[in-house]
Design a protein around this ligand. Sequence first.
Ligand SMILES: [Zn+2]
Ligand SMILES: [Zn+2]
Length: 614
Amino acid sequence: MRISARQVFAKKSVSPIPTPPGSSFNRNHALEGANQVEGAGQPSRLPQSAALWARCGSILIWIVCALFGQHAFAVETPKAERHVVVVVWDGMRPDFVNQENTPALWKLANEGVVFRNHHAVYPSATNVNGTALVTGVYPGHSGLIANHDYRPEIDSKHSIDVEIPKVVEKGDELSGGKYISIPTIAEIVQSTGGRTAIATAKTVGLLLDRHVDPDRGRNSVTLFAGESRPRDALTRIVDVLGPFPPFGQFAQGDKWTTKALTDFLWKDGVPAFSLLWLGEPDLTQHGSAPGAQPAVAAIKSSDENLAAVLSALDRQGARETTDVFVVSDHGFSTIERSVDLRKILKDAGWNAKTEFSDEPKPGDIMLVGNGGSVLIYVVGHNATITAQLVEFLQQSDFAGVIFMREPMTGTFRLDQAKIDNGAGGSRATWTGKPERVDEPGGESINQHAPDVVMAFHWNDSKNQFGVPGMIDADWQRGAGKGTHATLSRFDMHNTLIATGPDFRRSYVDNLPSGNVDLAPTILRILGITSPQQLDGRILSEAMVKLDPAGAGSKPETKTNEATKDFPSGTWRQSLQISRVGSTEYLDEGNSVFVPKSRDGALRRPDIAAECLDH
Ligand SMILES: [Zn+2]
Ligand SMILES: [Zn+2]
């Protein structure tokens, strides 16, 4: 079967999002006097590998560089007096940034650069975006494709949490240290002799610096949810601050982590690269919903921790030499309906489970819920079962966008979501023509790739607190609560504000940008070139002392569509993508089912979601 995807190609010079979550960030009010030239200063994207090869200068050195691969980092111009601090506010929607909720961040936004069209990586989940932030590549190139996935070689009966120590260690053991196949900023900085400090209130921290090579970065520390690498780094912190607060005390956990960074990891000065990951407002938004009083209080708590970081930089006399990024990993939505896909598929006759009690048999189906998306693994990759399952989903009223390992009518391939690299075969290009891919080291397909990834359906209606962005989501949380990980524009658009000596002042950047752009931009600031080709670009249009004319093209936007006809109507799914230079960003994706009969008022009357109002 062939894909019937139609490419609807359109060039736009304006933001593709009519009312983005960040639109309340009205620069006319928020940022008086900001330079508002749309697309002013086009970004330059220097392929990092090309730059290194150019510097290598001779064939002999080229071979040496190639042999040493990722460890052949080069420092372009030593910038001893430059520091980068990234502060992640987990799940922070851009439309909640204002003077009242976030006075410290508001001040930073007015002084520095506001990225008005910033993008998360799909699935819009924490560990996926944490990895993208520090590698500069999409999940298809890092191998980290979800918060929870199924890797039979690690556990044949259960899905795994991708960031927990025993999984990470086993993954590195099985892959020769390539559990995340691209080095992270921390690893790269340590390779060039620099010091790093990672402090995360959530478990995501281990993915940011796993300390795979114990001989490297001996004076660099990773703290994650009260654990540490090296392990003994925790002792002196706990002696003074006490143990990391138990799960549930989210504000205290963030405060503990902030203090551990500023008072301990920065004790002997601010390192070249620091990252602080605050669990709020994500954790409280899950327990309540965006806009609820506790969620707004959680946003204030993150702002107080940001203020503490800025004060610490002032005390260190490092403010003038430090670039500060405040970013969220993803946006946030409210659950309209909780969909028990396990029960729906079981009732329809499939052997679909979320864990196997015995060794799985060919044709068994493993469902791995990730909130706003579900990963589906068909044991043995049986094509008939997979096709029947997908046709069932296409006639349901909860499926948003369906991506597949193998092409099928009315779906997109995994590489179109950038959750597979398409290597060894062909992958989608911007123009829609398949391109042959021979990536070095690329296997035919990510061996962990699910057979099907389904993003749930979403809409832009408002929740009980007047906050737009409603989604269907999996069985793990009830209607009315907050979650994310869909292709909704409210999940895929997140917060980025940057300020410091390398950034323009009082500038609003309307060019599309994304979490994959942070690593190339940070490495450029630190004067380091990675030999790896990264998916992200240097955000040069927002920076000083960089030639902004590199890309020389206006941002473009297109929408891919895929349709399938059924006796009762037509399924149509779409995916909107923006591009700056060669970097692409997923804007949003959704579906409609157009019934054939005129009186077919319901979208998909055949298969309705089971709503769980718990
Ligand atoms: Zn998150
Ligand atoms: Zn979350």
